[in-house]
Design a protein. Sequence first.
Length: 192
Amino acid sequence: MSSNQNSGFTSQTFNLAVDNIDTDQIYPARFLTTTKREGLGQYCFRDWRENPASNQFQSFKNMDCCRQKILVTGDNFGCGSSREHAVWSLLDAGFKAVISTRFGDIFYTNALNNGLLLIMVDPETLAFLLQQDKQSLNIDIKSRQIEIPGHGRREFPLDRFTSYCLINDINPLDYLLQHRDEIEVYEGAQQV
């Protein structure tokens, strides 16, 4: 999330109504040959996007990366191994947020630390969203609310520190570095 977005953004949804999508489906293991984040979007859901025999192939054929920045998916997204590449590939593919009823624990932490907003909603809200692909949603990070046309506003859980980092387009290390002078003064006082 760039700081010019202030505390939120509006985008269309891309629906992928599949439960238990693991990190290997998001980012196949055979591409784990780099530690660079750039260019990983080409591998995002690669086996589903490029395999005509895949059940999800048709969904990806109609995807518009420029307009659909919100991924709406089934329950338990990001389960499986802890690879950070899955998060990096989603971001590089253009996604700014993922909506589900539940996320894998390690994936959840990796995503928020890397600037990918994860929004947990109740099953009824998710079912409503999955019925309407390419729906325009407004997400307000500061108030922790999502505005869904025809379904109202819904709050989502997000701690204040993570919200601050997302709004200001920084990660936890960047936050600490902003306070480097204060940290050095404190450490200097401890050495006396």
